[in-house]
Ligand binder design. Structure first.
Ligand SMILES: NC(=O)c1ccc[n+]([C@@H]2O[C@H](COP(=O)([O-])OP(=O)(O)OC[C@H]3O[C@@H](n4cnc5c(N)ncnc54)[C@H](OP(=O)(O)O)[C@@H]3O)[C@@H](O)[C@H]2O)c1
Length: 339
C-alpha cells in the first residue's frame, strides 16, 4: 500500500474556518498544532481578524493564488460545501491532503473519482468526516464486523432542534427534504431520547457504505429531538411542496426559519443496526452539539494526517485504520457510547 510520510511541517487551511463547524476546527487545531492553522472564508475582514485569509470555494483561480501565497499548506480542511470537486482536485494534484466534512453523495463520489490522481501525487483525502456521514460510518463498520458481514444496515440520526446549526448545514438539511426517498420510516430506540420515529433521509453514508463495506442494503434515517417538529417536517415533505424548482423558494424560506428558530435541545444521537440472518448487532453514540462533534472528528482527522503515515488516495472515514478508535477518543469530549 502506498503511504505518505508524516507531515510535521506546513499549515492547515480551514476553509469555512469561522462557521459553526469550522470555528471549532480552527480553535481545536490552534490548540493541538499551534502556529499551523489558517482560517478562511469569503469575509476578508472576519478572516483577517482571526489571522486568516479570504477564500471563496467558488473561485478556483483565487484559491490557487491563496495556496501559492501561503506556500506551505499541507492540509485543507473543507468546512463548507463547494459546488463541485474542483477545489479537491486543486489540493490533491499539488499533494495537499484534504479533509472534507461534506455530506452530499454526488460531491463525495466526484472526489472519490480522483483517487488514482491523489495516490500518484502522494496526497490523502478523507471523506465522510463528521457525525453523519462520519460517526455513522465508523459505527456501521463495527456492527458490520460484529455480525460477520451484514445483509442490511440501518443508520439513525437524531439532531437537536435547539442547536444553533450553521446556515450551510441547515441549507443542506432542508434541501434533503426536497429529495425523493423510497425506504420507510422506522421506530428506533435512541439513548436518552426514548423510541423515536425516524424517516429516510439522503445522507451520503448509506451510499458510500454499500461500496466500502460491501453491504447490499443501507438506509439512513433522521429525526429531531422535538417529536412535533419531526412530524411536521416529514408531513411537509410528503406534500411534495419542497421538491424541484417549485420547491426552491419554500426551501429558502424554511432555511431562514430554521436558522432563527431554535425549539428543543442541543443533544444528538447516532445508532447503527446490522442484520445478518438471525444475527443483530447495534451500537450508539450520543453527545451535545452535532456541529461541535463534526468539528472534533475533523480536527482528529487533520491531526492524524499531520502525525501519522496514512495511505495516499481518497478514503472514507471507515476505511482509515488509523482512525478506527475515534469513538473511544471522543469520549474525552463528552461523546459517549450507549446501549
Ligand atoms: N458530516 C457531518 O456530519 C456534518 C455535520 C454538520 C455540518 N456538515 C457540513 O459542514 C458544512 C458547514 O456547516 P456549518 O454548519 O459550519 O455552516 P456555516 O456555519 O454556515 O459555516 C459555513 C462557513 O463557510 C463560509 N463560506 C460559505 N460560503 C463560502 C464560500 N463560497 N467560500 C468560502 N467559504 C464560504 C462561511 O463564511 P462566509 O459566508 O463569510 O464565507 C462560514 O464561515 C456544511 O456543508 C454542512 O453540510 C457536515
Amino acid at each position: 500500500m502506498t503511504t505518505v510520510n508524516s507531515r510535521t511541517t506546513g499549515r492547515v487551511l480551514v476553509v469555512g474556518g469561522y462557521g459553526a463547524v469550522g470555528s471549532t476546527v480552527t480553535d481545536t487545531l490552534a490548540e493541538w498544532l499551534p502556529g499551523h492553522v489558517v482560517p478562511a472564508g469569503r469575509d476578508e475582514v472576519k478572516a483577517r481578524r482571526l489571522g486568516g485569509v479570504r477564500v471563496d470555494v467558488g473561485d478556483p483561480d483565487g484559491f490557487r493564488e491563496v495556496l501559492d501565497e501561503l506556500g506551505d499548506v499541507s492540509v485543507v480542511a473543507l468546512c463548507v460545501e463547494p459546488e463541485d470537486a474542483g477545489l479537491a482536485r486543486i489540493c490533491l494534484e499539488r499533494g495537499i491532503h484534504l479533509v472534507d466534512v461534506g455530506a452530499t453523495h454526488r460531491l463525495l463520489d466526484e472526489v472519490t473519482s480522483l483517487h488514482e490522481m491523489a495516490a500518484g501525487a502522494g496526497a490523502t483525502a478523507v471523506l465522510s468526516v463528521g457525525v453523519a456521514p462520519g460517526l455513522t460510518n465508523l459505527l456501521a463498520r463495527r456492527v458490520n464486523d460484529a455480525v460477520g458481514g451484514a445483509e442490511r444496515i440501518d443508520l439513525t440520526v437524531l439532531l437537536g432542534a435547539g442547536e444553533r446549526h450553521g446556515t450551510d448545514a441547515v441549507r443542506w438539511t432542508v434541501a434533503g427534504l426536497g429529495e425523493p426517498v423510497t425506504a420507510r420510516a422506522r421506530r428506533v430506540p435512541l439513548p436518552g431520547f426514548g423510541v423515536r420515529t425516524a424517516h429516510p433521509f439522503p445522507f451520503s453514508d448509506q451510499h458510500t457504505l454499500r461500496r466500502t463495506l460491501g453491504v447490499p442494503e443501507v438506509t439512513t434515517r433522521l429525526c429531531l429531538d422535538s417529536r412535533s417538529l419531526t412530524a411536521s417536517l416529514f408531513t411537509l415533505r410528503r406534500t411534495g411542496l419542497l421538491r424541484g424548482a417549485r420547491g426552491a423558494r419554500q426551501q429558502q424560506l424554511l432555511t431562514r426559519v430554521f436558522s432563527r428558530v431554535h425549539l428543543g435541545g442541543d443533544g444528538f444521537a447516532v445508532r447503527a443496526d446490522a442484520y445478518r440472518g438471525e444475527r443483530h448487532a447495534t451500537l450508539s453514540l450520543t453527545g451535545k452539539g452535532q456541529s461541535r462533534a463534526t468539528s472534533l472528528v475533523a480536527a482528529h482527522v487533520v491531526r492524524t494526517l499531520f502525525m501519522q503515515d496514512v495511505p495516499a488516495g481518497v478514503h472514507h472515514l471507515d476505511q482509515m485504520a488509523a482512525l478506527a478508535d475515534l469513538p473511544e477518543q471522543l469520549a474525552a469530549h463528552g461523546i459517549t457510547a450507549a446501549d
